[in-house]
Design a protein around this ligand. Structure first.
Ligand SMILES: [Ca+2]
Length: 219
């Protein structure tokens, strides 16, 4: 199976649709509101997740709801979803269930968001700009499916599709990392570019629509 995936990836790389990039120091810019621009991230390994840690940095001036990270499986469109309802109100979904975390609304942009979740206790921990904003529980005992479409820029309501322009992301995203274990977030700090499932320094991705890669403006 792994050989097959590597083979498909190799063919896709040859055809120019999928690239592996060292994105260190770079950001994806989503310059306009659309329902067509997105970046699809291809995980290094497709394994179900009993635990995970997700870190991401973003800048936006949106005041409407928007998606930051959309991980969908064939059975659950919000298998993992990081979503902003409004300024200062962050939603984390696991297996289509959600919990909210409140943070100050006057935070200086950009933001560095880190969340982790463990199946054993169901506990999710939420950090923003190096500060903890509490722990909540959801989907205790659940296992996140590994055959996923992982999308930046749009929110999936089906496997790899059904985007809503009014939930799209406009702004910049960089330093995205996903680990298949709980990383003590205190230890992540700025090293949020070396996940073992999604690694920003060896990022396998496919860009669609109006997405531009540029050197990042912020650290
Ligand atoms: Ca959805």
């Amino acid at each position: 199976m792994e050989k097959l995936i590597v083979g498909i990836l190799f063919l896709s790389v040859l055809s120019g649709s999928v690239a592996q990039t060292d994105m260190k120091g770079k950001a994806f810019i989503f310059p306009q509101e659309s329902s067509t621009a997105y970046v699809s991230l291809i995980p290094k390994v497709r394994k179900s997740l009993q635990n995970f840690t997700l870190c991401i940095k973003a800048f936006t001036d949106l005041t409407r709801p928007y998606s930051i990270f959309s991980y969908s499986t064939r059975t659950k469109d919000n298998e993992i979803l990081l979503f902003v309802e409004k300024r200062g109100e962050y939603m984390l979904y696991v297996g289509n269930s959600g919990v909210s975390f409140k943070a100050p609304t006057n935070l200086p942009d950009p933001v560095r968001i880190c969340v982790n979740w463990e199946s054993g206790s169901g506990i999710a921990e939420f950090w923003l700009n190096g500060k903890a904003f509490g722990r909540k529980g959801l989907k205790k005992g659940y296992v996140v499916g590994g055959d996923a479409k992982i999308i930046l820029g749009q929110e999936q309501d089906s496997f790899g599709g059904k985007f809503d322009v009014k939930q799209s992301f406009v702004g910049e995203i960089w330093d995205v990392s996903l680990w298949n274990y709980v990383v003590p977030i205190k230890e992540v700090h700025d090293s949020c570019n070396n996940g073992n499932i999604i690694n920003w320094q060896a990022l396998i991705h496919e860009d669609r629509g109006y997405v531009v890669t540029k050197p990042k403006l912020w650290t």
